[in-house]
Write a protein that binds this ligand. Structure first.
Ligand code: HEM
Length: 206
């Protein structure tokens, strides 16, 4: 396959926007037509949570696919998919805050502190937030080497999201397990990078 050119990347990005907006339009259609059944809040929480997790997984697939297919320019699409992951995670958090807790931030704080699965989700959301606000080329230049260090936290988010899913499930175990295995596989293909991140600070201290 011939390497993709910049103009093709523009089309891939446009496709990512179209697909994401279609999923968002589908959510609105499901809500307006009462398609979430007896517990719509649960349905919306599920839809937005799964969308956040799926987009996070897709974000982490971009680099291995680009390397395997020798399509280096494809990594330029990673940021936009990552931003959609934050978008869905924020909508998911907003659903919980607005529809479950009627906008009580005090209750949100106490719920996060008292339920470990929510604390895990909150840490994951904070990581996605930090990665989103520092995702522009301008901030990347300003932060220098610190930017890469911060963006390595995406690996932690990748593990925390399926744990949050697993912990929140009362009966469903197969789906969270599949996501967890996917996350572990995505970390495994980055084994060399992870080894460098985990062991290099320890070597420096010696
Ligand atoms: C402060 C941040 C977060 C809060 C307060 C939160 C809250 C919740 C709640 C209340 C549930 C439903 C549990 C139940 O069914 O009883 C849930 C499930 C879920 N969350 Fe989160 N979450 C947060 C962050 C995240 C993030 C960052 C992700 C993904 C990147 C995520 C993905 C999921 C998934 C996949 C589920 C399972 C959906 C289902 O099958 O019902 N959450 N979360």
């Amino acid at each position: 396959m011939k390497p993709l050119a910049v103009k093709h990347i523009v089309w891939v990005k446009a496709l990512i926007h179209i697909v994401s907006l279609l999923f968002f339009a589908n959510l609105i259609w499901l809500v307006l037509n009462n398609k979430f059944g007896a517990d719509p809040v649960d349905g919306i929480t599920h839809y937005t949570g799964i969308a956040a997790l799926n987009t996070l997984i897709v974000t982490m697939f971009v680099s291995p696919i680009a390397r395997y297919a020798k399509q280096g320019l494809l990594v330029r699409c990673r940021r936009v998919v990552g931003l959609y992951s934050f978008f869905w995670a924020t909508l998911h958090l907003f659903t919980y805050l607005a529809l479950d807790l009627t906008f009580s931030f005090a209750l949100l704080g106490s719920e996060i502190l008292s339920r470990p699965y929510l604390a895990v989700g909150a840490v994951c959301w904070v990581i996605l937030f930090a990665l989103t606000v520092t995702s522009t080329a301008h901030i990347q230049r300003k932060m220098g080497a610190k930017w890469q260090k911060l963006h390595h936290y995406v690996y932690l988010a990748l593990v925390l999201a399926p744990i949050h899913f697993y912990w929140s499930s009362k009966s469903e175990l197969i789906e969270p397990t599949i996501y967890f295995l996917l996350a572990i596989s995505l970390l495994a293909v980055r084994w060399k990078t992870l080894k460098r991140i985990v062991f290099r600070p320890a070597l420096k201290r010696r």
